[in-house]
Ligand binder design. Structure first.
Ligand code: DGJ
Length: 743
């Protein structure tokens, strides 16, 4: 039993293998949050809550005369409400029928069930683990009858707790939800650093760490997507936490749209975290009896630093977010034509590329943007999902057949949510585009956005996507989305319901993706939003890999993939070797370096094979063979960040879960004369076993100083404590890979 209800102490205690989460109903029926952290013995930790009069922190009626120290403004609570005496950031704000906005939830009921709950229409953690359990706690606002059911999913082995809430108007008058977060979480005593991942197009998920200060620190998106700018994932940690030590809490939002994650250090140094749909674009009317379900938030806690936190999230994502056969099936090495041709291709050119790619060992050919409608640049055609047979020189089915004849599988790019003004779809259905009547809409990449909140729009996309998948025998789809959304308005919603638009858009998107997943369970879908603009657990539920960034420069990718690795596994990160000079940065890096970096993701190539030299080609054949050789390690191994890119030499390790082998990759940003040596401590090995460390040498790899060619044999304990030395760089952007095998 991982969930324990103590009817005497009125506590709810959730245990995972190494953590405990506890709540308690107090004498007023308020659901207090008493603890989240390393595993305890289950005692009632509300004993650590003390009531002091904090001056301007008021008291609920009935308490004020006797207990001035009892205040919702300072008590740690499980689901905080706006307007009834808690002045901090809150999870729930409701506009009542009379215009007032207070809500005060009190405990009503609780139940435990086996298995983990699901959220119909929304992505959520799934598991058939026999020890997974669900706790539901019902809270009610006595004055209005508004009811909140808090859902808790417990995955004991992964130290994961999930949360969501179902809010029901149990009263007799309509209300409007102005804010409905998925969780709020309070800590009474801890001091934290706040780690977030900010970015921009072509430079996503940069690691940022700062002490949590008094006031509210927040990240979020009102762009319609989770965004390049702030990833919906954050960490609160002990200021002393490192990769291998210290208490860390990870919070990841299983949602691909607008979000707000806030952390507040209050007047007495307590911390509150609130995470959910961004309230700025949200107003959800509820008639009596109607309910609203929030998206899910994943919580995990590690007492051993960021590294373990990440590994829990990696396993969770791979096994309990992603679905279908691709969870365990080998992903194909692909060639995508985008950076090789952009819009300038014909069918014969594509077939020629596929032939050359097959000769290199590539397994899947992906035809990117430009194969449909009138689409020779980014001014037109989006929405017209009909093959441009003139450009392709044949039907799509015929092109797919010719590509398959080369031995490659075939995949296609779509941007289903987009529409060009210059398209037949827009001419036929201008009201399907998101725009506000009487206001000229913003264009971004010359395009508008389709109103996916509308069922008929979803149905159009479902019909087109399914028909083309069938016609071309697609094994892969790249699902792109190339702008942020503004001018939000749906022609299908009345004024009172426009505040539903953003979330309904997401529900529509998820419906289309789910239908595709159900009809073509073997189809591999790669998410993309101008690279990594929608890189979140919500999308990963439908698309087990996401193009990590439109920046394919190996050196820039060190930072991007480093930041991404905190919350997401290598198997989720689309990563390709592209041509040099790199198209985004102009940088020239060795082919070997580009391959080493792309191997930390779902490996592929994005270039014109015709422009490769014979030496390049033979190097690429060796790279693909190496990727296959180490596939299980690279995609399913335990991931360790050994040195951050900011140090100048980025080093990461993947270790077999049974400790039998590990692969260490090191990439230098610059070469230095007479440089000091880089030592790394290897993790994940068996302490008593002996290992040999060998520098991998392939075609194209440089010769290190001869000293570094001699194999090193040490125990796992020695490699962990004393470590090993990475060969120094012989040129800028030098990459080395070292294989560690048990003797
Ligand atoms: C943005 C994507 O991130 C690119 O990889 C490419 O697919 C282009 N869109 C095509 O328009």
């Amino acid at each position: 039993m991982s969930i324990i209800i103590d009817h005497t102490a009125h506590t709810f205690t959730l245990h995972t293998a190494h953590t405990t989460y506890q709540m308690k109903v107090d004498e007023l029926g308020v659901l207090l949050h008493t603890y989240y952290g390393p595993r305890t013995d289950g005692g009632d930790l509300s004993q650590l809550i003390y009531h002091f009069d904090r001056g301007f922190s008021g008291n609920p009626y009935g308490k004020g005369k006797t207990e001035k120290g009892y205040s919702l403004d300072v008590l740690p609570q499980e689901y905080s409400c706006f307007g009834a005496g808690d002045y901090r950031i809150t999870a729930l704000r409701v506009r009542q029928a009379d215009g007032s906005r207070a809500c005060d939830l009190r405990f009503a009921d609780a139940a435990v069930s086996r298995g983990k709950y699901a959220l119909p229409g929304l992505p959520a953690v799934h598991t058939d683990a026999p020890d997974a359990e669900t706790l539901t706690i019902t809270l009610r606002d006595p004055a209005t009858g508004l009811e909140v059911v808090l859902l808790y999913g417990v995955l004991p082995e992964l130290d994961v707790i999930t949360r969501a809430a179902v809010i029901t108007n149990g009263g007799t008058a309509p209300v409007v939800l102005e804010k409905a977060a998925s969780l709020s979480l309070d800590w009474q005593y801890d001091t934290f650093d706040w780690v977030t991942f900010h970015g921009r197009h072509t430079m996503e998920r940069n690691f940022q760490r700062m002490p949590l200060q008094h006031g509210v620190q927040s990240i979020g998106s009102v762009r319609g997507t989770s965004s390049h700018h702030y990833n919906p994932f954050a960490i609160l940690c002990d200021p002393a936490a490192t990769e291998t030590s210290g208490l860390c809490y990870g919070v990841s939002f299983v949602y691909s749209g607008e979000f707000l994650m806030e952390a507040e250090k209050d007047q007495i140094g307590q911390t509150r975290l609130v995470c959910g749909i961004h309230p700025d674009d949200f107003a959800w009317p509820l008639e009596p009896g109607e309910s609203f379900t929030t998206p899910e938030t994943v919580l995990t806690c590690s007492g051993e630093g960021f590294g373990l936190l990440s590994r829990h999230l990696h396993t969770l994502t791979r096994e309990h977010i992603c679905r279908g056969p691709w969870v365990h099936k080998r992903r194909p090495v692909l060639l995508n034509n985008w950076e090789g041709t952009y819009f300038g291709f014909a069918g014969d050119k594509l077939v020629a590329m596929a032939k050359q790619a097959a000769d290199l060992g590539v397994e899947l050919f992906v035809l990117d943007d430009g194969w449909f409608g009138k689409r020779d640049d980014d001014n037109s055609g989006l929405g017209d999902w009909f093959p441009n047979e003139k450009k392709l020189g044949c039907s799509l089915g015929e092109l797919a057949r010719r590509i398959r004849q080369t031995g490659l599988a075939f995949g296609l790019w779509f941007e289903p949510e987009a529409v060009s003004e210059d398209s037949d779809l827009y001419r036929a259905h201008p009201d399907w585009a998101v725009q506000i009547p009487g206001r000229r809409p913003n264009l971004s990449r010359n395009q508008l956005v389709l109103d996916l909140s509308r069922t008929e729009v979803q149905d159009y996309l479902i019909e087109r996507l399914c028909a083309l998948t069938q016609e071309a025998g697609l094994t892969y789809i790249k699902w792109d989305m190339n702008r942020s959304i503004c001018d939000k308005y749906s022609a299908a919603l009345d004024a009172a319901h426009q505040g539903q638009f953003s979330h309904k858009f997401l529900l529509g998107l998820y419906r289309v993706l789910e239908t595709l997943h159900q009809r073509f369970p073997d189809l591999l879908i790669e998410g993309c939003s101008g690279g990594g603009g929608r890189f979140d657990l919500g999308m990963l539920y439908y698309t087990p890999q996401i193009w990590c960034s439109d920046n394919s420069d190996a050196v820039a990718r060190l930072d991007i993939q480093y930041g991404t690795s905190f919350g997401y596994p290598c198997s989720a990160m689309g990563a390709h070797v592209s041509a040099v000079p790199n198209h985004q940065t102009g940088r020239v890096t060795p082919l070997e370096t580009r391959a080493c970096v792309a191997m930390a993701g779902t490996f592929g190539y994005e270039l014109d094979p015709d422009k490769l030299t014979e030496t390049d080609k033979s190097e690429i054949r060796a790279q693909i063979a190496r990727f296959h050789q180490y596939y299980d390690l690279l995609q399913y191994g335990d991931y360790y960040r050994l040195r951050a890119p900011v140090t100048g030499c980025s080093v990461w390790e993947v270790a077999a879960p049974d400790g039998s082998e590990a692969l260490v990759t090191a990439v230098y940003k610059t070469v230095e004369a007479n440089a000091g040596l880089v030592r790394v401590q290897i993790q994940g090995l068996t302490p008593d076993a002996r290992y040999t460390v060998t520098l991998l040498q392939h075609e194209g790899t440089d010769q290190p100083h001869p000293e570094f060619l001699r194999p090193v044999t040490l125990t796992g304990r020695e490699l962990a404590l004393a470590g090993m030395v990475v060969p120094p760089a012989r040129r800028d952007y030098q990459a080395w890979q070292l294989h560690i095998t048990r003797c």
